[in-house]
Every structure is written in structure tokens, then in C-alpha cells.
Ligand binder design. Structure first.
Ligand SMILES: O=C(O)CCC(=O)C(=O)O
Ligand SMILES: [Fe+2]
Length: 393
């Protein structure tokens, strides 16, 4: 197991450990996913922290005991993110897909309209300006291309298609306008799923030290049997400096604070570009931020050759708070030098099947207004309710 870099994270721990109560796993406090988080002094000059890293070869070995790294990354004092290094084939697959993001965003308007899928409330194909930010405004800062990288048509059952359109509908590929998207999206999505399943196995081992779980209740098996995995190719439009006057100090100037609602989110390192050409980001404060368990806001960094994984709400629900969902946002670059800077990345939301039951424990506090009095929903029902909450009707 490799913790990288070995010293800086350890020196960070005492700062995060202010709320550490016992060596036991601590239940997380409810996350506050809002665009108006209290800014700690760090937030105007944020600290950058590398993720805890596990090498692919250690991850692949089902006999290796990775609980220390899982604890440091996902445990009560961790950042809620960890990364996997040396993933075979990742660099070229990442590059092949991420360079297509600005090309999707600049397809002719009529082609993009044909790629929209209003019946899924824009959860397949092209989506821009449809999703509501926490502020209630529509998000025009980024465009997304959504698809299921594993199954083109998860079901043909009409009642399921009506009940769970955001997962059951078929993929929409730009077969004529950008034929290379389909393969690039599917191969990277499949790789992130395979690596994520290996990580899920080690998460199960870690959690099972604390709570009793039947084999088929574990994260690994639940994700393995799911038909609901969703990939999202993200393209962040350059933000105009002139329109940014009011929110120059905002951490969430490209993507608002939120927790992902699935189980585990796999992320590639973002790629910055200007006019579709790769550049080094001119502002080191731009990128992915995380709110720690004790309310500090930090910028997390991981390499282009690594895959990062974050915990989603469903894992918090199913582990009864032993692994907490990770609040995160994305900050746009600032200043004159940032003009024209765009960013692409890819997220794979690994999540339970639509008919998997979620029992909401009282110690988990996400979207409590949606939870029925018997405390149980299927993942599909939970998701559709969230889609209602966040998407323009
Ligand atoms: O752009 C990123 O790095 C994160 C994207 C994200 O949080 C999401 O799509 O849910
Ligand atoms: Fe997210």
C-alpha cells in the first residue's frame, strides 16, 4: 500500500482530528450541501491536499489488507476521497474521452437538441441549463453528456421505463456527428467500474469490522448486480470575468456544493483547455474542493494517471453512517489569465440497481423530507424524487 505523499497527509490529520472522539468509526454529522457554506479563513487561500493513494496492484490483491488506507481516505477523519494509481491503460483512455467534451459542447444546436432526452429529464444524452443549482438557479456553467457505459438499453419493460426513466431509458449516442464518443465513453466507464468494484470489495472488508453485513448486502455485490451505473462527461464553459464580479470569492463558481447520491463516484483528473487545446491551468486554486468532516474546505489534488473515488449518499445510508458522503464543489479559475479556460472531466456514478431497497437509518440526514414514514424506498424511487427536486420540469 502506498500513501502518497507520505508526510503531508499525516501532518494534516491533527487539524482534521479536532472532532475526533474515539478510535472507533464516528458517525458523520449531516452534511450541509449549500452554496453558502461558512468560509473558514482557509477558503480564500485554500490549502491543497493530495488524496490518499492505493496502487492498482495492491487494490487488485483480495488478500491485501487495505483497511488503513480506506480508513485514512474514507474514515471519520479522512477527506472522503481516495485515489488509485498505476491503473493500466488509464492515461490514454482519459485523454481520448476528455478531449471530446468541448467537441460535444460545440456541436450545432440542432444536433445537441436531438441528443437531449427530456423523458429522462435530461439524465441521458446532452444536458445544459436544465439542472437546478442549490441556489435554485439553472446551472448554465457546465454541459454534460450522460450515458450508461455498460448497458445501452437497461430494460424494455414499459412499466419500468415509466417508473424509473432516469435509469431505464436507452442511451443516445451522436452516431453521425461524433461517432468516436461512444467507444471512448464506454471503455473509460467500464475501466472505472472495474477498479471501483475492487475498491468496493476493500470497503466492505473495512465496514464489516464494525457492522454485520450479509454477503449480498455489501457494496461490491450490490454494484456488481446493478444496471444503473451512469457516466457523465462534463464540460465546464469558460466563465466570463465580467460576469463573475459578485462571486469571485466563491469556491463553487463552476459546480455548486453537493453530495453525489449514488454509492461510489469515480472521477478522472480534470483537463484544462483553451479553444479545445490542452493547457496547464493558469490558476492553481481552480479545481475540485471538498468539505471535511469538521467543516474545513480544502482543494484536493490527484494525478492525471490516477482515478479518484468519493463516497455517495447511498453508501452512507447502507453503512448506517460508517462511510460518509463527500460534500464537494468545483472552483473556476480566476483573473485575467483565466479568460477562455475550459475544463473537462468524467464521473462514473456507481449506484445500486433501481429495485434495490434502501432503508434510511435515523442517523443519516440527507433529503429527509423525501423519506416516507416506514423509512424505505427503492434506489430508483429515491433517485426519481431527487431528479424532481433538481431538474427543471
Ligand atoms: O468536475 C468534477 O471534478 C466533479 C463533478 C461532480 O462533482 C459531479 O458531476 O457530480
Ligand atoms: Fe459530484
Amino acid at each position: 500500500m502506498k500513501l502518497s505523499p507520505h508526510l503531508s497527509y499525516r501532518s494534516l490529520l491533527p487539524r482534521f482530528a479536532a472532532s475526533r472522539r474515539s478510535p472507533q468509526l464516528r458517525r458523520c454529522s449531516p452534511c450541509r450541501a449549500s452554496s453558502s457554506l461558512p468560509m473558514s479563513p482557509e477558503s480564500t487561500n485554500p490549502q491543497q491536499f493530495p488524496t490518499i493513494t492505493i496502487s492498482y496492484s495492491d487494490l487488485k490483491d483480495r488478500n491485501s489488507d487495505l483497511s488503513a488506507a480506506i480508513e485514512q481516505g474514507f474514515g471519520p477523519n479522512g477527506l472522503g476521497i481516495l485515489s488509485i494509481s498505476d491503473v493500466p491503460g488509464l492515461s490514454s483512455l482519459r485523454e481520448n474521452l476528455l478531449i471530446l467534451a468541448p467537441r460535444v459542447a460545440s456541436l450545432p444546436e440542432d444536433v445537441k437538441r436531438d441528443l437531449e432526452d427530456p423523458e429522462s429529464r435530461y439524465n441521458f444524452g446532452w444536458s445544459h441549463g436544465k439542472e437546478k443549482l442549490e441556489s435554485g438557479k439553472l446551472d448554465t456553467f457546465k454541459g454534460s453528456y450522460y450515458g450508461n457505459p455498460i448497458l445501452d438499453e437497461p430494460t424494455t419493460d414499459v412499466s419500468l421505463l415509466q417508473r424509473y426513466p432516469s435509469y431505464c431509458r436507452a442511451n443516445k449516442w451522436p452516431s453521425n456527428a461524433l461517432p468516436e464518443l461512444e467507444v471512448a465513453f464506454k471503455v473509460l466507464g467500464k475501466l472505472i467500474l472495474d477498479v471501483g468494484l475492487m475498491l468496493a470489495y476493500h470497503c466492505d472488508r473495512y465496514v464489516s469490522k464494525e457492522i454485520t453485513m450479509h454477503d449480498d448486502e455489501g457494496l461490491e455485490q450490490m454494484l456488481q448486480r446493478s444496471r444503473c451505473h451512469k457516466g457523465r462527461l462534463l464540460y465546464y464553459f469558460p466563465r466570463q470575468w465580467s460576469e463573475r464580479k459578485e462571486d469571485t470569492s466563491s469556491m463553487s463558481s463552476w459546480c455548486g456544493w453537493h453530495t453525489d447520491h449514488g454509492s461510489l463516484t469515480g472521477l478522472t483528473c480534470g483537463m484544462f483547455m483553451r479553444n479545445g487545446v490542452r493547457i496547464a491551468c493558469p490558476d492553481s486554486t481552480a479545481g475540485l474542493y471538498i468539505k471535511t468532516r469538521n467543516d474545513q474546505i480544502v482543494k484536493v489534488v490527484f494525478g492525471e494517471d490516477q482515478l479518484a473515488y468519493q463516497i455517495g449518499e447511498t453508501t452512507e445510508i447502507l453503512t448506517r453512517g460508517r462511510l460518509c458522503a463527500t460534500p464537494h464543489c468545483v472552483r473556476a479559475p480566476e483573473g485575467e489569465k483565466a479568460s477562455g479556460v475550459e475544463r473537462s472531466t468524467f464521473a462514473l456514478f456507481m449506484q445500486p440497481d433501481w429495485d434495490e431497497n434502501l432503508r434510511f437509518p435515523s442517523e443519516v440526514h440527507h433529503h429527509t423530507e423525501l423519506i416516507p414514514s416506514n423509512g424505505t424506498l427503492t434506489f430508483g424511487e429515491y433517485s426519481e424524487m431527487l431528479v424532481d427536486k433538481y431538474y427543471q420540469q
